[in-house]
Design a protein around this ligand. Structure first.
Ligand SMILES: [Mn+2]
Length: 323
């Protein structure tokens, strides 16, 4: 693991041009990590371009460097090096890696335990709260001083993936990294305002409607919200509005596993899972070809919403009995 980190440092320093790839439906960790690397390589005088198949969410458009993220389904040309951040496998970056020439230098930096080690060099640390926490160590290893702009991106990455230092992945190391980032001039209040306090009233009213549909299992250990295609079409709210919806069922006292079921445009249902207790939701998601972390995971399952819900609950119950 350590030697891969050193090889990564050498590869990044030795490459003339680098393409940074972040995962579909980008959030704070993948974009913060990508932009932290982007600004660092740029400061070194390297040619660098950051890509994502989807648009940057509204609340992340003021991240330093965010305006430079290129939305693309395919890479426009070859690069010396491809740096993939926060992606468990190549499919997570859409088609961005699909036309990369065989034998290309691919660097894979991620903290998902389910990472498939698809790179030439792989640095996968499931103990890291966020990929952004790893990027902090990468930049340290490169011997480059952190600018406030880079630090802001990494702080956003960590704040996102720890649920504002809420989740079980928050460690002393995470907080030490956060403190070092703040020491460069990052203002926690400003970042929190940028990330969480820019909502539109319509979004919150819609949230109110959805919360009236929150359901609880008879034993009180599971809570969930279902969002149908019809609701999404009728309300015409952006995906951003649903981003932290799962935190509401998760926040119910006594609940150990929370779910968000969302009907997709195709035949599938997108399932997000959160665990507050011992249930390993990454293992549940994996049974449906999904992935994630022990406490936060997701998968897409083909079937009607009630069918999918029952299949997921059955799988979760197996994991309850094991713990
Ligand atoms: Mn992450």
């Amino acid at each position: 693991m350590r030697s891969d980190l050193q090889a990564i440092v050498a590869a990044l320093k030795g490459s003339g041009s680098t393409a940074i790839l972040s995962h579909v439906h980008p959030e704070g960790d993948t974009l913060g990590s990508a932009l932290g690397c982007h600004l660092t390589l740029k400061a070194l005088g390297k040619e660098v371009a950051t890509f994502n198949p989807d648009p940057v969410p509204k609340n992340l458009r003021t991240l330093p460097g965010a305006a430079e993220v290129i939305r693309a389904d395919r890479l426009p040309r070859p690069f010396d090096c491809y740096l993939v951040v926060d992606a468990t496998d190549p499919s997570r970056v859409g088609g961005l890696l699909s036309e990369v020439p065989a034998g290309s230098l691919v660097i894979n930096i991620d903290h998902h335990i389910s990472n498939t080690h698809f790179g030439t060099y792989n640095w996968v640390d499931p103990e890291a709260a966020a990929t952004g926490e790893m990027i902090y160590h990468l930049i340290e290893e490169m011997g480059i001083p952190l600018s406030r702009e880079v630090a802001t991106n990494l702080y956003v990455a960590i704040l996102t993936d720890t649920g504002s230092f809420h989740y079980a992945n928050t460690t002393a190391r995470t907080l030490r990294v956060a403190a070092a980032l703040i020491e460069t001039g990052v203002v926690p209040q400003d970042v929190a305002t940028m990330l969480f306090d820019q909502r539109e009233v319509e979004e919150l009213r819609f949230l109110g409607t959805l919360l009236t549909r929150l359901q609880l299992s008879s034993d009180g250990t599971m809570a969930w919200i279902e969002v149908t295609r019809e609701t999404l079409e009728r309300e015409r709210v952006s995906r951003d509005a649903l981003e932290d919806l799962i935190n509401y069922p998760r926040s119910v006292g006594g609940v150990e596993v929370a779910f968000l079921f969302k009907e997709e445009d195709g035949a599938g249902v997108r399932v997000s899972l959160r665990s507050k207790g011992q249930v390993d939701v990454a293992a549940v998601a994996k049974a449906f070809q999904g992935g994630g972390h022990k406490n936060a995971a997701g998968c897409t399952v083909v079937g009607s919403l009630p069918e999918v819900r029952e299949r997921i609950f059955q799988e979760v119950r197996r994991h309850f009995t094991r713990t």
